[in-house]
Design a binder for this molecule. Structure first.
Ligand code: PLP
Length: 479
């Protein structure tokens, strides 16, 4: 494809994208395809000779789009939102055409510098303590973009693990590192995302999963007791992963209680706010981050609730040297003459190669303005409240979480089996898409406000569908 053809097809691609978003409601939110469907539609052998653009686009429409779950669909209420805004899509085109692999300052000076500035912007928008910002005078902290929240949690565990091993070495210089590793123990609540368990598994450290209170929040007393028991048993508590905005029910751990305990025992405190972090740009939700000053690291996915396309997992640390001491490997071929006075983000994470992701944040924040983003967040929360009120008014249903942001967990009063049937019938109808969660062994249905332009009529429609299916299920239960 030469530049001229790129111009022509590029313009038609933009039309295709805009039409898709305008007409997304015409698709079924979930496809009707079965596993393996695409094997019957795509040749088993790659083409030996060039094909034409029109055939590729026709196949995209007839074979790919029919097999998609449409995350931007008005009837999509599963998981958490996935940002896919126009300015973010366009910014990605710029990043893609440059095609830079920004692992060091020298490999893409603007790529590295914009990332630092954007993470400072976002930290300010979220009212994070100044120690998390690059530009704060005397700051050792700062932020970067990782691919996923799972990676943010993993690198935090790896950094904390390296610090803990160093501390143990100072105490017992002759002890074997393997023996030290077996002493390390990390903590999270049972509502933490499974990525914490995966991170601990990869890092080969013990993880103690703690009970929450009635509002699915990890409390200081529970953590303190576990730490004391484990220390008495000869273990070395080194890492606590807390969550603000848990995946199952959007609860928040109590940072005000947990923070001082981590400080007392010199434990790395991580705050995973993959979804809920976006809410911090609005003052009224900042109570969820009370105690954030105790955190050593924080993450939020701008690609979840800040209208930025995947991937854009924003990650801040208070002390970048504590992070990089676990991750620096510096061969000659990656070094450059400005290493001393610049940041090389390859030392902040696992991959060497990094896309130019800060452009998306820059475009999004400028096009919407912080106020536009606040409006978007507030609209989602107001709609979740509206949906919650509808559920509350029907005595057949119960609300299962404290609705603070855009997620409502509800169920029919009755058995787990009945609720499974309710959800599977709704999902099979293609009229709505939601996913379940388990709260205290109860099967609950998660309803998340997801799409950018979500409005009250979406809530009304969803509730009508849910009520109608519930009525059908009640009839079959009675019959
Ligand atoms: N943490 C929380 C609280 C989440 O809700 C999620 C995903 O929804 C994750 C971590 C994992 O996110 P990622 O897919 O970016 O690894």
């Amino acid at each position: 494809m030469d530049a001229e053809e790129f111009r022509v097809q590029g313009k038609s691609m933009i039309d295709f994208v805009a039409k898709y978003r305008e007409e997304i409601g015409l698709y079924r939110v979930t496809p009707t395809v079965e596993p393996g469907y695409l094997r019957d539609l795509i040749p088993m052998e790659p083409p030996e000779y060039p094909e034409n653009w029109k055939d590729i686009m026709d196949d995209t429409k007839s074979k790919i789009m029919v097999g998609m779950t449409h995350w931007q669909h008005p009837r999509f209420h599963a998981y958490f939102p996935s940002g896919a805004s126009y300015p973010s899509i366009l910014a990605d085109i710029v990043g893609d055409v440059v095609g830079c692999i920004g692992f060091s300052w020298a490999s893409g000076p603007a790529c590295t510098e914009l990332e630092g500035i954007m993470l400072d912007w976002l930290a300010k928008m979220m009212n994070l303590p100044p120690e998390f910002m690059h530009a704060t005078p005397g700051s050792k902290g700062g932020g970067c973009i990782q691919t996923s929240a799972s990676e943010c949690v993993l690198v935090s565990i790896l950094a904390a693990r390296a610090l803990a091993i160093q501390a143990l070495k100072r105490k017992n210089p002759d002890q074997d590192e393997g023996a030290m590793l077996s002493q390390l123990i990390a903590y999270c609540s049972k509502e933490a995302h499974s990525c914490v368990e995966k991170g601990a598994m990869i890092a080969f450290v013990k993880l103690r999963i703690l009970e929450t209170d009635d509002e699915f929040s990890l409390r200081g007393g529970t953590l303190q007791k576990a730490i004391e028991q484990d220390r008495a048993a000869g273990l070395y508590p080194f890492f606590v992963s807390t969550t603000v905005g848990t995946t199952s029910c959007c609860s928040a751990d109590n940072l005000t209680e947990i923070g001082p305990i981590c400080k007392e025992y010199d434990i790395w405190l991580h705050v995973d706010a993959a979804y809920a972090g976006g809410s911090q740009i609005c003052e009224e939700f900042r109570y969820l981050f009370d105690g954030i000053q105790y955190a050593w690291s924080v993450n939020t996915n701008a690609n979840k609730w800040l209208l930025t396309n995947f991937d854009c997992s924003c990650f801040w640390v208070k002390d970048r040297y504590k992070l990089t001491q676990a991750l620096v490997v510096d061969p000659l071929y990656l070094q450059h003459s400005h290493s001393e006075e610049s940041i090389d983000y390859r030392h902040w994470g696992i991959p060497l190669s990094r896309r130019f992701r800060a452009l998306k944040l820059w475009f999004v924040i400028r096009i919407y303005g912080v106020e536009g983003l606040r409006k978007y967040i507030r609209n989602h929360v107001a709609l979740a409240k509206s949906f919650e009120n509808k559920v509350k008014q029907d005595p057949r249903f119960e609300i299962m979480n404290k609705v603070q942001l855009g997620l409502v967990c509800f169920r029919m009063k009755g058995s787990n089996q009945m609720n499974q049937k309710l959800l599977s019938t709704i999902n099979a109808s293609g009229k709505l898409h939601m996913v379940p969660a388990s709260l205290n062994d109860k099967y609950v249905i998660r309803f998340c406000v997801c799409r950018e332009e979500a409005c009250e009529s979406d809530m009304v429609y969803a509730w009508e569908v849910i009520k109608a299916v519930a009525t059908e299920i009640e009839k079959t239960e009675v019959g």
